[in-house]
Design a protein around this ligand. Structure first.
Ligand SMILES: Cc1cc2nc3c(=O)[nH]c(=O)nc-3n(C[C@H](O)[C@H](O)[C@H](O)COP(=O)(O)O)c2cc1C
Length: 318
């Protein structure tokens, strides 16, 4: 009985490894301790310049935690509420008892980041409500909107925040180290997902690293955000590790729901991380909570562009 988790960890991780993360860094490792699944932050995959506070890493850890819960449920295991101990998340499990649940698995397999300029599509108050009611907790809220002034302000601030980030050579260097030549590389962002024409994508790494085209890059991102039909915000009552982890969990639920709604999605951490830019949008949203993540949604390309992932064996802490 005490080995049931070790025996199934491969199956669990072959689902939860699909979780998205900042720069596709997948900053997590997993250990089985009896009936507990222990999720650790992988110190080798943290972003010194892109994520100095560690917010994006812990949000990513929360996303992976939720993907583990989905995997456990899918395989018929029971799982307790994840709890945090220092920088570690612990999920207490119980042996298989329920019937497999397939609901979220397909969405997890199909979702991907679509960085194209989107076409206009409907994003109704009912769509927003569907997303806003996904997460129930006093600490974390999902807030979605199709409001044009908010979308436009977000696009402007994203452009400004990217210009700021791209003016730092160390940020550019670190980002381009995560660019990969194909989805066969198990981590990082394949150049083919960046939305550049094929020929240009060959030079993108050098171009971004040099910083010469940073105005064009920021402008292109502005246009992508302007093309959103809706935005999904994850808001938190605080701004520390437990809030970041729970924000990540809510993020994955929102991301999967967007996929189930047949919409495309992309994320930018730019306004979350740049100085106090987030406050501007929080005022427009009339919230006293802090923005932890933003997803733009709309009608993108139909072609799925997946990114690589580590194998279950690579995720196991030794
Ligand atoms: C917390 C978080 C922050 C992210 N920030 C950005 C970002 O600033 N810019 C961007 O282009 N993509 C961003 N992404 C998207 C990731 O690069 C993407 O999820 C990852 O490469 C895996 O690809 P996939 O979503 O297609 O599976 C972010 C994703 C997460 C989960």
């Amino acid at each position: 009985m005490s080995d049931y988790l070790s025996e199934s960890i491969n199956d669990i991780l072959s689902i939860s490894r699909l979780a998205p993360s900042v720069h596709n860094s997948q900053p997590w490792k997993v250990k089985v301790q009896g009936e507990n699944m222990v999720i650790l932050l992988d110190g080798d995959r943290l972003l010194t310049h892109g994520d100095p506070a560690g917010r994006q890493a812990f949000i990513s850890l929360g996303i992976f935690t939720e993907a583990c819960l989905i995997a456990l449920e899918h395989l018929g295991f029971k799982a307790g509420a994840p709890r945090m101990e220092n920088e570690t998340v612990i999920i207490k499990t119980a042996p298989k008892s329920g019937a497999p649940a397939d609901e979220d698995i397909e969405a997890l397999r199909q979702r991907f980041t679509d960085r194209s300029v989107y076409k206009k599509t409907a994003f109704s108050p009912a769509d927003a409500a569907r997303l806003n009611t996904l997460w129930h907790s006093k600490n974390i809220q999902i807030r979605s909107t199709g409001d044009r002034p908010i979308i436009e302000r977000c696009a402007q601030l994203t452009r400004q925040a990217l210009l700021l980030a791209f003016s730092n050579p160390a940020f550019r260097q670190e980002l381009t180290e995560f660019f990969s030549s194909s989805a066969k590389v198990p981590y990082g962002i394949p150049l083919s997902t960046l939305g550049a024409p094929r020929l240009k994508s060959l030079f993108v790494k050098r171009l971004i690293n040099s910083g010469v085209n940073r105005r064009q890059e920021a402008q292109a991102e502005y246009e992508r955000w302007m093309s959103a039909s809706g935005l999904v915000f994850v808001l938190a009552a605080g701004d520390s590790k437990p809030y970041w982890v729970e924000s990540g969990r809510a993020y994955l639920r929102a991301s999967l729901e967007v996929q189930k709604m047949g919409l495309s999605q992309a994320t930018s951490a730019a306004i979350v991380e740049a100085a106090d830019f987030h406050e501007d949008i929080e005022k427009l949203l009339k919230t006293d909570k802090r923005i932890q993540a933003v997803i733009r949604v709309g009608r993108g390309q139909s072609k799925r562009r997946p990114s690589g992932r580590f194998t279950p064996a690579e995720l196991l802490a030794t």
